[in-house]
Design a binder for this molecule. Sequence first.
Ligand code: 5AD
Ligand code: SF4
Length: 458
Amino acid sequence: MPGVNDAVLSPPPPGHAGGPKVLLEVFGCQMNKLDAELMATALRRGGYDFTDRDEEADAVMLVTCSIRDQAEHRVHSHLGELAQLKQRRPELAVGVLGCMAQREGDALLKRWPSLDFVAGTRDFPAVADILDEVRADHTRVLAIEGAPDVRTPRDPALRPHKARAFVSVMRGCHKRCTYCVVPKTRGDEVSRPMDDILTECRALVDDGVQELTLLGQTVNGWGRREGRSLGDLLAALQEMDGLQRVRFITSHPEEMDDALIEAMAACPKAGLFLHLPPQSGSDAVLRRMARGYTVARYLQIVEQLRARVPGIELGGDIIAGFCGETEDDHQATLALLDAVRFSQAYIFRYSPRPGTPAWGRLDDDVPDEVKRRRLAELLTRQNEIMLERHRGMLGSVHEVLVEGASRRDATRLFGRTLAFDRIVFPGEPEWVDALVSVQVNDATALTLSGERVAAPVA
Ligand code: 5AD
Ligand code: SF4
């Protein structure tokens, strides 16, 4: 999943329990951010409080990602800094949670004597108990055996954004894409029952949420094993009063079918964006990745989507320099960018991961400088496409859900259109969390700027 940035859980959940203070730092995808929110619920129930500054923290917890080597490096270097902090403040508790904890387990405790606990991707509901144990007994805890629990309780009030919320609809992944560590770190796929999901969505909407994002590694395959389809969920959410928008990430091309495309067409709240990662534009590479579709099938899905949901935009993920990728394969991926014209694409260099099907079986034979060059070419091409697309939007008016103040300039707000384009515009703090009309008046490859207009949405 995209969104690879790290952040202190921000803003921390409201209210003050007055207990010991926890700093939660989140690396990686949306799923990790949601897990951090669920951890915050468990910690709050356990009497803990929150901080965003390590100097005043009683415990620092890192919610980690293993998807690429670089993500793990960043956590290790952070653990180095925390080890120093702990020399000055030995009572500080330090924990690693999430994918990296699951993957490395005991090895992490061995490598970092300053680390107090390691808790895997299915153990976070117990995080308050683990922290109690560490603080009371000064023992070190390894917890990576948790059962897949899709019924983790959620306090709708403890969420970082008033108008937006993530809802996990499934955990784990049953695909075996050869590059991917997720099935190892998050386990096999388990879908949450429809009633549970809808009850949680209703509670969130009653508490002011306007936009829900349904999360799953292959979210468009939700419920298949139980004879359900994501289309059933979309139909129910379309009818939910008070809810304005529904997003779902990440979709797998192999799980896309006619019925789901029809369900999207019948659910205007689902908006005009689908994140559908192709990973490569070459059939030979897709086969080695075990993705289960061809380029022709991918393009057929895109064509069908565009015919049934006019105006829909697509988001993609691409891996550059996968095992055995030739120059022709790379050219085929550039051609795919041209054919689809993604409104946004996350492009990564292939990073071999221990424990994946490719590890030790497929040769990581594309030299790093070639991977870098191919990545740069793909990014350049994608930027050209985005610039052309953004320029074509000049003058158009969009309904924007305002997300907050721009980090660079506090007099400007940012929000998202129905097609998930991010747009920046001057505005007042009280517009945050509202739906407003914004006209595009400037565009670069990466940003759209505009101004609020009274005009109805075109
Ligand atoms: N190397 C590089 N990129 C990867 N991704 C997943 N595994 C790897 C890897 N080993 C990318 C895929 C996926 C996104 C979340 O991360 O493109 O869709
Ligand atoms: Fe990884 Fe493939 Fe599952 Fe996505 S679908 S999480 S890329 S194994």
